[in-house]
Design a protein around this ligand. Structure first.
Ligand SMILES: Nc1ncnc2c1ncn2[C@@H]1O[C@H](COP(=O)(O)OP(=O)(O)OP(=O)(O)O)[C@@H](O)[C@H]1O
Ligand SMILES: [Mg+2]
Length: 610
């Protein structure tokens, strides 16, 4: 993105925020109610305006305008609302409040903090509850990094706040603001108190507004608009996950997008949580769209107890959780992914790497389907709206590794979306539309899960289009022959598949001895590398050096075995080598280097004896 578009974008943003609010205040009346979708008449509104619906002032958003009729999706239960009740336009776009206090928060789809909602509503779902995304009373220690007289513009970092122990939240100049600092000082402030005042009179660049402008630590960003960046960078750095099958065969790049489709119970949620826990992003945004009532509850109970393996502090310290429980209206679920990705972009703009998990995007697509059917739109494939693939594409396009508008620090948004195709059929529209726009495909397989092969990633159907572009990184940071090992691993696994077909037809005894060795190598790769127990305290995370050394040791066996066969050893004796199975000990042992060195030595001795 060139910097030339900056002022225009800034103007648009502020138009949405200010002028708009002054111009559109028309009140209307409810005309029709159809579940989460209502129609108002006589309302002066624009697309995506946030409106208040009915006497209880339920929050809604304009999603269609047909002449005098305004179609609104409502984020709260509309039961009991009647035609004739008032509808009021706030003139604002659906936005999130951004600033210190985001981390550790648990929100609903429209960024209302769940704990606050629970306190206000008790166990009832009271409606029309307003709860700001950030705590407006809490004071934060702001440390100014700029001085009076300096010229700053949108995205520039003015100062910082230690939001959670060790995490520095950078306070940025809102987009579209520019000027000379008139006043700035360190101290304790709430998110609504000005920490800095800009003088915009001199340069005429303040977006047409001359004079004085206060900057607070809280900003509001519309969620439906992707944030612009100064420059998009190539996805040349992996998002490391500590999961061997991902990091080796099917890597994901920082700023990339991955899909995890999987049938019921195949391991989508465990995979997403493993990624949340172990991936090397600075910030985690986790959007849960549980279908079963208890699934999201589990996440809500579990997450606050998870420990960040790097800091030994709560994982929530670098996490924002967005929860859609099954009793929440579908429109809120529809909005939740946008709320999530906008929060992700905010941290990206500070110069952080952010990983966003959405579990499961199928629930989001179903929300779109339900709203679309209420609109009586012409349904597309399987009842999903015709714009399903466009929406998915626009969402995944918000990923990227970038230089943000202000700072020179690079930031990234990586998205990992789980998909739950009904019946595990990957040809259905949500999986297919997702596949077209994500470059890493982690296909979960029910058969593997049944065999207790976890993570149940099917190594034959999964792929990563980032493999080539990431190869130099692995060569520089792990080992120069990393890619060779990956290719060798893949070809052994593919050969195994072919051999197994033959074995099924004619039995394994008729297989040539060399092929029997291939099967053994493939077994070792599957059991030692691909399988990984998320619930074992050591195996749950595997660093790259360990994966590398394990692969090396397996191929050490493979090479020695082939040579031994050529020198006349019997395959039975080779398969009887006992040291090879001790590679497995390295998975569960702390001192893997020592273990694997020992295995190699033992292996050499065993082969010498043959
Ligand atoms: N990496 C793993 N290591 C060990 N066990 C696993 C792993 N992944 C999944 N499992 C097992 O599989 C079970 C189901 O996994 P999970 O809940 O993640 O499936 P899901 O695809 O999210 O299911 P649903 O379709 O119901 O949402 C887990 O409870 C766990 O026992
Ligand atoms: Mg799940």
């Amino acid at each position: 993105m060139s910097t030339k578009t900056e002022p225009k974008e800034a103007m648009e943003y502020h138009a949405g925020q200010h002028h708009h609010a002054e111009q559109h205040h028309g009140a209307g009346r409810l005309f029709r109610i159809a579940g989460p979708v209502v129609v108002a008449v006589g309302l002066d509104a624009r697309m995506f305006d946030v409106v208040r619906v009915g006497k209880e002032r339920l929050m809604g958003e304009v999603i269609q305008i047909n002449g005098d009729k305004t179609v609104i999706q409502v984020y709260e239960d509309t039961t009991g609302i009647k035609p004739g009740e008032p509808v009021e336009n706030t003139g604002e776009q659906l936005s999130v409040e951004l600033g210190p206090g985001l981390l550790t928060s648990i929100y609903d789809g429209i960024q209302r903090p769940l704990p606050v909602l629970e306190k206000q509503m008790g166990s009832f779902i009271k409606r029309g509850v307003d709860a700001p995304g950030l705590d407006h009373a809490r004071k934060w220690q702001f440390k100014a990094l700029r001085k009076k007289g300096e010229h700053v513009k949108g995205g520039d970092i003015l100062g910082e706040v230690e939001e959670t122990p060790g995490f520095i939240h950078r306070i940025m100049v809102p987009q579209g603001m520019e000027g000379k600092i008139k006043d700035i000082s360190s101290g304790a402030y709430t998110v609504l108190q000005p920490v800095c005042t800009l003088d915009t009179a001199h340069d005429g660049s303040g977006g047409g507004r001359e004079g004085k402008m206060d900057i607070t630590m809280a900003q509001r960003w519309p969620v439906r608009l992707a944030r612009k960046a100064k420059k998009k960078l190539a996805p040349t750095i992996p998002l490391l996950t500590g999961q061997r099958v991902f990091d080796s065969l099917f890597p994901l790049a920082k700023g990339g997008a991955a899909a995890i489709p999987g049938p019921f119970g195949a391991g989508k949620t465990v995979s997403q949580q493993q990624l949340a826990k172990w991936c090397d992003a600075d910030i985690i945004v986790y959007v849960g769209c549980g279908e079963r009532g208890n699934e999201m509850t589990e996440v809500l109970v579990e997450f606050p107890h998870l420990e960040d393996p790097k800091t030994k502090k709560p994982l929530m310290n670098r996490t924002v959780l967005i929860a859609n429980t099954s009793n929440m209206p579908v429109a809120a679920r529809e909005a939740s992914v946008y709320t999530g990705v906008t929060i992700a972009e905010y941290f990206r703009d500070m110069g952080y790497s952010v990983a966003m998990m959405a579990d499961s995007t199928s629930r989001w697509a179903e929300a779109m389907r339900e709203i679309s059917s209420r609109l009586e739109e012409m349904p597309g494939e399987e009842g999903y709206p015709a714009y399903l693939s466009t929406r998915l594409a626009e969402f995944y396009e918000r990923t990227g590794r970038v230089i943000p508008l202000g700072t020179e620090k690079e930031g990234s948004v990586t998205i990992i979306g789980a998909v739950s195709p009904p019946g595990g059929d990957f040809s259905e529209p949500v999986t297919q539309s997702t596949l077209r726009v994500t470059k890493t495909f982690w296909a979960l397989d029910a058969k593997l899960a049944q065999r207790r092969h976890f993570p149940s990633i099917n190594w034959l159907t999964s792929y990563s289009l980032y493999l080539d572009i990431l190869t130099p990184w692995y060569a520089q940071n792990v080992a120069s022959d990393w890619r060779q090992l990956i290719d060798r691993m893949m070809s052994v696994l593919q050969e195994e598949e072919k051999l197994l077909e033959i074995v099924q037809l004619v039995g394994s005894d008729s297989l040539p001895e060399k092929e029997q060795l291939t099967l053994e190598t493939a077994r070792m790769l599957r059991e030692f590398i691909l399988q990984q127990n998320a619930f074992h305290e050591i195996d749950t995370y595997c660093e790259l050096k360990k994966t590398y050394k394990m692969m090396k040791t397996i191929f050490h066996f493979s090479t020695l075995a082939t040579a031994a066969l050529e020198h006349g050893s019997r395959v039975k004796d080779i398969l009887g080598i006992t040291s090879k199975d001790k590679i497995s000990d390295a998975k569960f042992g702390r001192e893997y280097e020592k273990i694997l060195d020992g295995v190699q030595k033992e292996m050499d001795a065993e082969f010498n004896k043959l």
